[in-house]
Write a protein that binds this ligand. Structure first.
Ligand code: GTP
Ligand code: MG
Length: 135
């Protein structure tokens, strides 16, 4: 079994999609090992998105992710990282198939509802940022 960090980003929370995302996670057979509603400070956001620090949209990304509360979850199950990325769809919501979270709910890359860790190394790093004492 594997763990992944999932974020329901501020656009998802604002639009009332917490229940929809959690329902998809549960319906898939994944389990929720931790969950918290919180608003990130800039420091935490920059640490979480460190791999994108040189990208032109980094400032926008940090401003957006800190703009309002998000829901952070640790999701667990067999191949949880790949399983959740499958539920989420592609980074670009317009290229994401209907039936995925982004394919069903989003149009813009910058507001694509969810985040999911992309590798075991990212998952371990990101889980430590959001739930330092829990795992
Ligand atoms: P996450 O699960 O959120 O990490 O998405 P991802 O792995 O599908 O995409 P990636 O890690 O490449 O980018 C992280 C986040 O940055 C994306 O989810 C987008 O919200 C945002 N992002 C990526 N590319 C762009 C862009 O060109 N413009 C803007 N504004 N945001 C972008
Ligand atoms: Mg990513």
């Amino acid at each position: 079994s594997e763990r992944t960090l999932v974020l329901i980003k501020p656009d998802g929370v604002r639009r009332g999609l917490i229940g929809d995302v959690i329902a998809r996670i549960e319906r898939k057979g994944l389990t929720i090992a931790a969950m918290e509603l919180r608003q990130l400070d800039a420091e935490t956001a920059k640490t979480h998105y460190a791999e994108h620090s040189e990208r032109p949209f980094f400032g926008e990304l940090v401003d957006f992710i800190t703009s309002a509360p998000l829901v952070a979850l640790v999701v667990e199950g067999p191949r949880a990282i790949e399983a959740f990325r499958g539920l989420a769809g592609l980074t670009d919501p317009v290229k994401s198939a209907p039936g995925t979270i982004r394919g069903d709910h989003a149009l813009e890359i910058g507001e694509n509802v969810v985040h999911g860790s992309d590798s075991p190394e990212s998952a371990a790093r990101e889980i430590k940022i959001f739930f330092p004492d829990r795992f």
